[in-house]
Design a protein. Structure first.
Lengths: 456, 251
């Protein structure tokens, strides 16, 4: 009865509210609702890419002809998980996004078949404490569910360390090929977590991801079960080739129209998770090809013939990867950054100084804007990078900006616009741009993305 | 003119909270004035040499990194002392500030520091909470409030006769500790500033940046025998707008 009542209170999908109510009323709800998942389940954790990987994985399961229970909206605290479960129909499989620090409160009840650990980047330090605490928390979560298999990014020494801490079965994925990216200045881990000596890299992809070994002890990148053998990073997408030591059938090439080096890792994680969830490589390609994010993560919009790419970035690594996308833009363009400092973002925004904004200073055909509650801080940061950014309150101001309109005229058509926002700054940007996109196009293409407000 | 040399000590280990941005800010503020500048990054394993340096920046790091960094700093304590005794400026933040004192916190453990300053950092007493918040200070070196963000577990007490970097004037934040009657942050001697303020510190507090640069210029003149150059004024309107936004929120 209680569940029925809550389901009918919760008219909109995925928000955190009904879940919060439910958790207070019945702490056993997660385990009760777990029974709605008939077959395998996988919980996705990690700093960056959770929502994209979760949605793609769910699409893979659907492509394989099975039903899936999934919290698709990125409301990833434990209460968000409960909301998804409350509203969902019983399904063949479960694909669940979960916050790193909530995993230990979810696994004892949910007892998932797999935990998929994507990466651990510095994020919202004042909310989460330092990385060690997050690692211990994830390890505790896995210990509380010993039959759960950990599928982890072996290229990330911080994830590999988590795998060392637990007795659970583990499955690794990583790239055996170098992406040859320019290196950013700041990376999180440089030290062996076993013996506190420096790590050395045969190659680094970005941040702390790469092929590493300790200069003192035997800590090194674990042997790869899922091997990314080739990567092609293009302006308009990413191709990866994958093989696996676990099965000859688990091999294939996956092509995505979502750009960015971090998409290569997302795709490899999706492939690895999908194989464990009994999908085929063809299911993965089908799901990835059809994937159309409506959640502000690499979401494409068009307003008055202007191509707009909206993306979430909430830490230096995410921002640096986004800047790579802007850099690859071969035409003049406009880019706006939005930074808020709400609880979900972290009150401290000093991490904007770890973003290599210097990389766009060399482009004189990029018009830069600063928005969000901490737009003044952003403007200062950009100034020291050699970029004079204009302050804006709302994303649509960019579309009316004299400089942008003049650039349109000189270019002969509307220049692309990249809007990059952190967690709580994203929903209003998305909402404003979507409403204009709908007006401009005059159809309801984008109205199904009804998940705004989760993070607000 | 030979370049002003700014040393970023152990940037690969002491790299939390974007504090390396302070070095970038100092560098740019010289660039903009047409004054030659060189940033010397002394990484783990590099030769540790400060005799050719005009300004030292020391940040804080995660526990494991900070432990390794402290071993390097202890090994080269004499060079740091000689540098400070020469009157050259040093800015130390958070872990970097703590380690200059007699005792500091390594994880949960109180361990001996460099004892260069009469400062002690202890475990929180009954309260296990970290001190995490926005904070604003009144200082002797800036007309505007100095705004920043603190995030530390250790409680720091400065010796009698030492002056804090600034008095806490915001509704939020604690500075050195949460037990003394008058809340204050950091320590300031003639040429050393130690503080808990991230933000990054110098971004919204250009007067503090120029205070350090002025001392660096004086030291450079002394060190090289070249004529001292005056610091011209810069347009700090963006910096001060960001300062005012935060000051209005928290004071």
């Amino acid at each position: 009865m209680l569940t029925w009542g809550l389901q009918h209170v919760a008219h909109r999908p995925g928000g955190n509210l009904p879940g919060k109510v439910a958790m207070k009323i019945d702490p056993q709800l997660v385990s009760e609702l777990r029974d709605k998942i008939f077959g395998k389940s996988i919980v996705v954790v990690g700093t960056n890419g959770k929502t994209t990987v979760t949605n793609m994985l769910a699409d893979c399961v659907v492509a394989s002809g099975r039903s899936v229970l999934c919290n698709r909206t990125g409301a990833n605290l434990k209460s968000g998980i409960t909301s998804a479960l409350l509203q969902a129909k019983p399904s063949d499989c479960g694909v669940i996004e979960c916050d790193e620090l909530w995993l230990h409160r979810v696994t004892p009840d949910l007892k998932p078949t797999y935990v998929l650990l994507l990466n651990l980047f510095r994020d919202q330090l004042d909310r989460c404490g330092e990385i060690d605490r997050i690692q211990e928390s994830i390890a505790d979560a896995l210990k509380s569910s010993p039959d759960t298999t950990l599928v982890f990014n072996a290229d990330d020494p911080l994830c590999a360390h988590v795998a060392e801490l637990v007795d659970n079965r583990t499955i690794s994925f990583g790239f055996d090929t170098q992406m040859n990216l320019a290196q950013n200045l700041v990376s999180d881990a440089s030290i062996c977590e076993r013996c506190s000596h420096m790590l050395e890299y045969e190659y680094r992809q970005y941040a702390q991801l790469g092929n590493y070994h300790c200069t003192n002890c035997s800590f090194a990148r674990p042997a790869l079960d899922f091997i990314g053998t080739e990567v092609e990073l293009k302006d308009d997408g990413v191709d990866i080739s994958v093989a696996s030591t676990l099965s000859d059938e688990w091999t294939g090439k996956i092509s995505s129209e979502l750009a960015g080096s971090y998409m290569a890792y997302n795709l490899l994680a999706v492939f690895s998770g999908a194989m464990m969830m009994d999908c085929t490589p063809a299911d993965v390609q089908k799901a990835v090809s059809a994937f159309d994010p409506h959640n502000g993560r690499l979401q494409r919009l068009t307003i008055d013939n202007r191509d707009i790419l909206l993306n979430l970035a909430k830490n230096p690594t995410g921002f640096n990867q986004n800047l790579r996308i802007v850099e690859k833009c071969e035409t003049p363009c406009a880019v706006a950054f939005f930074i808020n400092d709400q609880v979900v973002d972290g009150h401290d925004i000093s991490w904007i100084w770890d973003i290599d904004f210097e990389e766009i200073a060399s482009r004189d055909d990029v018009i830069v804007f600063a928005g969000g509650r901490r737009k003044n801080d952003l403007q200062v940061r950009l100034k020291y990078a050699g970029v004079d950014a204009k302050l804006i309150d709302q994303a649509p101001e960019v579309l009316q900006d004299q400089g942008v309109l003049a650039a349109d005229e000189a270019f002969g058509k509307s220049i692309p616009f990249y809007a990059i926002a952190n967690y709580s700054a994203l929903p209003p940007v998305k909402q404003k741009l979507e409403s204009l996109a709908n007006k401009a196009v005059g159809n309801s293409d984008h109205t199904q993305s009804s998940n705004e407000g989760d993070a607000a | 003119m030979s370049p002003i040399v700014i040393a970023h000590v152990l940037p690969d280990l002491l790299n939390l909270y974007g504090d390396g941005g302070n070095v970038r800010i100092l560098q740019q503020r010289l660039n903009w004035r047409g004054i030659p500048v060189k940033v010397k990054r002394i990484r783990y394993g590099d030769p540790f040499e400060l005799d050719d340096v005009d300004l030292v920046f020391l940040g804080g790091g995660p526990d494991r990194e900070q432990k390794l960094a402290s071993e390097v700093l202890v090994e080269h304590k004499d060079k740091l002392e000689r540098y400070i005794d020469s009157g050259a400026p040093l800015l130390a933040i958070c872990g970097g500030y703590q380690i200059l004192g007699k005792t500091w916190l390594l994880g949960d453990e109180e361990v001996p520091g460099l004892s260069i300053l009469d400062v002690e950092t202890k475990r929180p007493g009954t309260s296990a909470d970290r001190l995490v918040d926005n904070v604003a200070l009144q200082t002797k070196i800036a007309d505007h409030p100095v705004v920043g963000y603190e995030n530390h577990a250790g409680r720091t007490y400065i010796g009698e006769g030492l002056e804090p970097f600034g008095r806490v004037i915001s509704k939020t934040g604690h500075g050195n500790n949460d037990t003394e009657q008058v809340l204050a942050d950091g320590v300031m001697t003639d040429n050393v500033i130690g503080t808990y303020l991230h933000g990054v510190l110098l971004a919204k507090n250009p007067e503090v940046a120029d205070h350090l640069l002025k001392q660096a210029m004086e030291h450079h003149a002394k060190r090289t025998g070249e004529a001292a150059v005056e610091l011209s004024s810069l347009d700090d309107s963006y910096e001060l707008a960001a300062n005012e936004f935060m000051a209005k929120q928290i004071i």
